[in-house]
Design a protein around this ligand. Sequence first.
Ligand SMILES: Cc1cc2nc3c(=O)[nH]c(=O)nc-3n(C[C@H](O)[C@H](O)[C@H](O)COP(=O)(O)OP(=O)(O)OC[C@H]3O[C@@H](n4cnc5c(N)ncnc54)[C@H](O)[C@@H]3O)c2cc1C
Length: 373
Amino acid sequence: MISITDKTQCCGCTACAAVCPKNCITMRPDGEGFLYPAVNADACVGCGACDAVCPVKNRPQAVDHPQAAAVRANDRALRLFSSSGGVFSLLATDVLNAGGAVCGAVYDENFQVRHVLAWDEAGVEPMRGAKYVQSDLNDVFSQIRSLLADGVPVLFSGTPCQTAGLRSLLRGQPENLLTVAVVCHGAPSPRVWEKNLRELGNVTDVRLRDKRESWKHYATNYFADGREIFRPVMDDPYMKGFLRDLFNRPSCAACPAKGGDYADLTLGDFWGIEKILPALDDDRGTSLVLVHSEKGRQALAALRDRVESRAVPFADAVRYNPAVTTASAAHPQRAEAMRRMETEPLARVVADYTKASGKEKLMGFARKLLGRK
Ligand SMILES: Cc1cc2nc3c(=O)[nH]c(=O)nc-3n(C[C@H](O)[C@H](O)[C@H](O)COP(=O)(O)OP(=O)(O)OC[C@H]3O[C@@H](n4cnc5c(N)ncnc54)[C@H](O)[C@@H]3O)c2cc1C
């Protein structure tokens, strides 16, 4: 029977709940809003399926360096509403055209993040763009399992630990499933996100990667109480705290899916593109694409008329993107910060734990002197 006594040992992927033959596992939120399995011990028959399917207990194998490419959609408008180069949306279109379903993360009516299934472009549109909050997978794994058994093509997109959980549940990779993982340096607390929204007012729209000034600036844009709130990253306490790993899920520091064979494709931001391949950088987003399987290679090849793409050595692809291979350690004062957030404003708490160190200030000063960003 699955029992989580150490929160670093559960990524919340729901595979254990989906595999349980007695349906006796439910996912329940802790005080930070992260979901963990709760077992109804009276109904449990002790079959051990939940432990066997857990991607944390059974870590995906590390693989050799995959093929890598820099890719951006020719459709600039599509890229403006995507977090990096818009590759996810193009892959989704191909699966929809094959009569399939696409599963990805959307905001619900309260701007909490959850995975849903879509059957047309209108359903995929809200999946576009990264939502930097841990998403609730609810029962999508069970829905996907049924669809696959009926022969329906499915694209699942999520964080690496989520794709690892799905593949573990399905015991490998059915022919009609395409898995797409996003590079992920951490999944933030739904409770902190909720607090951020509450402090903004009555929120009616959110964009966590507003590219109007620059793709590289991580600016945010909210509509709250009838006004637009555009924030450069340094003025957004939520993004500042996220980028400093102040409120990620505890398991992110021990990520079970770094460098593992967990998806057909991995998509991320191609950080450093301006140095490595400046011709592919218009500052509106370029994706880093890692290809882990033949199915992934074919899915990417099918985009060739709709993208600009260049193969790059793996070492160049990850030179400025440590999140691909390395789990980010939790902020050393995470516990204290989380405690204070229960009663104090987010901006005050984040400011106290994200002050630039002496070295960072010096580096900033040196960059200014040298005229670099
Ligand atoms: C929590 C999180 C952390 C990330 N950290 C990094 C990083 O450190 N470095 C990096 O290079 N890239 C990171 N990314 C990925 C990056 O922001 C882009 O999502 C990725 O490059 C794909 O971009 P795109 O333009 O192809 O498609 P987009 O349209 O931007 O892709 C969106 C896709 O991401 C999925 N998605 C969105 N939010 C979530 C969520 N909360 N949980 C699961 N899936 C989600 C959607 O289902 C959709 O499939 C992160 C993404 C998330 C969600």
